[in-house]
Design a protein around this ligand. Structure first.
Ligand code: ADP
Ligand code: ZN
Ligand code: ZN
Length: 835
């Protein structure tokens, strides 16, 4: 039999029975609960180790790429272990620290090892379920007997280059193609194509060097003289090349840099290369960035920052996580930078986590300024190629990144020697993955990860989550505070403008706000307007009978988008043509109600035509450059007013912004959720934090129909602690987090009555197991999504209860539910520590 290792085939000797037989447990890229055991051919005993990828057969005739988790000598009792088909890596791509995190996650979040693996690995390294085969390079030279079926497959492969096993099975019109594939592999005619290996290609750039003998000044001059009359363009290029080589003391110069000064570089270089005056070479470059500007040392901290820093270091020496509570603009980032430097001095790595939307070029630039190319960025806006590149680089001990700046999924990177994890904006809900499983909270996973590496943890926020603040007050974390902005700049002045006199839908801007906008524009200062609705109008309604235009697949009202001229469902993406007639009563009085960012932008153009406006939301930033371009233009003050959704609230530091407005605060306060006030306060404080960051005090205007609302009063007073104290009392009285933990269970079924039936059964069964902890079933606010009806439960696990056991009961009952004959189509979601 043959085994492939990185596409080199090894022939196994027949009698090696004196050697020990090894088995491996692998993680399959599927939502199966268990690991599966395979047998290792003796030949590979020496080269196999956990963390390598192998090709295995699973199910009838499917090949999968799986990941080795354990190696042992125990013969599986329940089934006969198959041999692995081949091994793909010479070195592990996942390390033991990561496996520990994965185990914890699968257990804690009630998901499968395959779910975790799928979330962890970048797709370019990911384990495709549809393994493909292709012809080997020299298959033509191999003369062996072939069966008809084998010949058919070879013909098919010659025309289509590669085939999945499924396609092979269709071509041969038989289900079990495995024997033919195996036989062809053994005959060295075909090979398993491991796309993953070829997918990842390092990027190279062309560099130009001067032939050695011309590095001498006299030789160079003589050569130029000889060229002079015939080829002035070549002389020009050589002069630039000479200058750059000497100036930068480099052997070679990037072709790109030459093209900046010289036209037609390619043809000139060709002639020079022919004459052996220059040589061209491809150098491997880091695709992400080559920071070549000057590195500057961190700034000197002010007294308050220094004190915070000392307190943090003190907590680290006690192996305790620390929460840094510092108002917006207080210099938290500068404190992080000091701590990063401190960690690098100990030769350890740093993971700096930020919510996706706060991961802007601004923060990347701030870190690179001090740490240059030691900074790697792991971001979903990068393509898979780039993500794989970071992964592979992190894996290497030598020359690895010292600092990784990343969003949620960066916790999965294969760090070698992690010393510090910073979780900035720790309160952010986007740290929690909603879909698919694992529904993990990156902050909580980061704390686990830190304990695995024995690394320090710093959580930072201007508005910490109540869970974290509670932990800090109760000694689980250390608390460090910065109460003033850097240089003592005043916090922005916040005021509410009562818009209850404005009829709904009549106007977006109050007179007060318009006049403030005009004042700011006159002073050449910039403005940010926040509205948590994208699109043009969120409601399309009949004035006669109240009918609302909804998605047919989801129980959601449709949003009109002017740029597409269609109504969109923000849940399933379906689009609909606008109607001018009510579908219920036939009336022609249909009206658009409410306003999204698109409409705000349009209104501004009418009201203040001389101002330059731009919009920052999901729709305006579909391509990756749009996002950076808009922020760049705003930073360079080519835009006066930036209108946006959540995207404008995070991590942006524009010194010239003097006015920020929240156009409709009421929508923030009216979510039916026990966390809605916490969230509303956080959001307002974060938006407000964008105003007046440098020397001048900024202004914030909050438009509301309810200016006396106590949460808004707390926002105006910038009273985080008052807000926390009021809310934590409520949480305690009603036993909500941090006094309990919550699991949300959602049942889904295409039929409304089936989901209701399942919900009743689940409720009754679980009630006998976990008692009053189960709340529900409830129709969610959105009862139907993508044609599936939903029912949800909340399971409240009080402080001293056995969370693990409760989760186990829930999982067991859910599996039992699916066994009921009538409910085979039922699907469910378990969301542990739901948001
Ligand atoms: P935060 O992260 O708390 O919002 P930043 O770190 O962004 O605050 O600080 C706000 C601004 O003040 C930034 O431009 C930062 O460079 C500047 N700043 C903060 N602390 C210092 C310091 N000690 N020396 C010089 N500039 C500082
Ligand atoms: Zn109607
Ligand atoms: Zn829909």
């Amino acid at each position: 039999m043959l085994y492939s290792q990185s596409n080199i085939f090894i022939i196994l000797p027949q009698n090696m029975s004196e050697r020990i037989t090894l088995f491996i447990d692998v993680i399959l890229p599927l939502a199966v609960p268990n690991l599966f055991t395979y047998r290792v051919p003796y030949e590979l005993n020496e080269v196999i180790s956990p963390g390598q990828r192998v090709v295995v057969q699973f199910g009838k005739n499917k090949l999968y790429t799986a990941l080795i988790k354990n190696i042992h000598t125990r013969v599986p009792l329940d089934y006969e272990a198959k041999y692995i088909e081949g091994i793909l890596d010479t070195r592990p791509i996942v390390n033991e620290y990561q496996f520990k995190l994965w185990d914890w996650m699968a257990d804690y979040y009630c998901c499968t090892p395959g779910d975790v693996m799928n979330a962890a690995l970048p797709s370019a390294l990911k384990l495709a379920s549809e393994t493909k085969i292709m012809l080997t390079e020299n298959y033509r030279e191999i003369s062996v007997e072939l069966s008809d079926k084998e010949n058919i497959l070879i013909d098919a492969l010659e025309s289509s280059h590669e085939l999945s096993l499924k396609e092979c099975s269709e071509i041969l019109a038989i289900i079990n193609v495995q024997p033919y594939i195996k036989s062809l592999i053994e005959k060295k005619i075909i090979t398993v194509k491991e796309e993953l290996q070829f997918k990842y290609k390092p990027k190279t750039e062309i560099y130009i060097g001067l032939d050695n003998k011309f590095l001498d000044e006299d030789m160079f001059a003589a050569m130029l003289n000889a060229l002079e009359k015939k080829a002035p363009a070549q002389v020009d290029l050589l002069m630039v090349l000479w200058q750059q080589i000497k100036m930068n003391d480099q052997q070679e110069v990037r072709k790109k840099d030459l093209s900046k000064h010289i036209k037609n570089v390619d043809s000139i270089l060709k002639s020079l290369e022919k004459k052996s005056i220059v040589y061209l070479m491809h150098k491997r470059v880091d695709r992400l960035h080559n920071y070549d500007k000057e590195i500057i040392p961190p700034v000197e901290l002010n007294t308050e920052q220094k004190l915070a820093c000392e307190k943090i270091l003190q907590s680290f020496s006690n192996q305790k996580p620390c929460l840094l509570h510092g108002v917006t603009g207080s210099g938290k980032t500068e404190v992080y930078i000091q701590l990063i430097e401190h960690t690098l001095k100990q030769n350890k790595q740093v993971l700096y986590l930020l919510p996706e939307i706060a991961l802007t070029s601004q923060i990347i630039g701030r870190l690179q300024k001090h740490f240059g190319n030691d900074v790697g960025v792991y971001h979903s806006r990068f393509n898979e190629q780039e993500r794989a590149e970071i992964w592979v680089k992190t894996l290497r001990t030598e020359n690895s990144y010292k600092i990784i700046l990343g969003a949620r999924s960066a916790i999965f990177l294969p760090f070698q020697n992690l010393g510090l994890i910073i979780i900035d904006e720790e309160h952010e809900t986007t740290y929690k993955q909603q879909d698919p499983a694992p529904r993990y909270h990156a902050r909580d996973c980061a704390l686990v990860l830190a304990s695995i590496y024995k690394a320090n943890v710093l959580l930072g926020s201007a508005t910490p989550s109540y869970e974290s603040y509670y932990n800090a007050l109760n000694g689980k974390y250390q608390l460090a505070e910065i109460k003033n902005r850097y240089l003592g700049t005043l916090m922005p002045q916040i005021s509410c403008v009562d818009i209850s006199k404005i009829k709904p839908g009549e106007r977006i801007f109050s007179d007060e706000l318009l006049s403030e906008i005009n004042t700011a524009l006159q002073k050449k200062e910039q403005i940010i307007l926040f509205q948590n609705r994208r699109g043009y109008t969120p409601l399309w309604m009949c004035e006669t009978c109240g009918w609302i235009y909804k998605c047919t697949q989801c129980d959601v009202s449709l949003t009109y988008h002017k740029n597409t001229g269609q109504l969109h469902c923000h849940y399933c993406g379906s689009t609909y043509k606008p109607l001018n007639k009510c579908k219920a009563c036939g009336s022609h009085h249909v009206k658009m109600i409410g306003f999204g960012t698109e409409k705000i932008e349009e209104e501004l153009a009418i009201l203040i035509p001389e101002a330059k406006c731009s919009r920052l939301d999901l729709d305006s930033t579909r391509n990756k450059h749009a996002y950076y371009n808009i922020l760049n233009d705003f930073e360079n003050q080519e835009i006066d007013i930036l209108v946006g959704t959540q995207m404008v609230t995070k991590g942006l530091d524009f010194s010239n912004v003097s006015l920020v407005a929240i156009l409709n605060a009421d929508s923030l306060l009216s979510y039916p959720d026990f966390r809605s006030y916490e969230r509303a306060f956080q959001l307002c404080a974060q938006v407000a934090g964008r105003a007046g960051r440098k020397d001048k005090q900024g202004k914030v205007i909050v438009q509301t129909r309810n200016p006396k609302h106590w949460v808004l009063q707390k926002v105006i007073a910038n009273d985080y602690i008052g807000m926390y104290e009021a809310e934590i009392l409520e949480r305690k009285n009603f036993n909500y987090p941090p006094f309990s933990k919550l699991i949300q269970v959602t049942l889904k079924h295409k039929e409304r009555n089936k989901v209701a039936e399942a919900a009743t059964i689940l409720y009754n069964n679980l009630k006998s197991k976990i008692g009053k902890r189960i709340l529900g079933p409830e129709k969610p606010v959105i009862e139907k999504i993508r044609n599936e009806y939903l029912r949800s439960f909340l399971i409240k696990s009080e402080k001293n209860s056995n969370y693990k056991l409760i989760k186990q009961e829930v999982v067991n009952e859910l599996h039992k539910l699916q066994q009921i004959k009538d409910l085979k189509q039922l699907r469910f979601i378990i969301d542990v520590d739901c948001n």
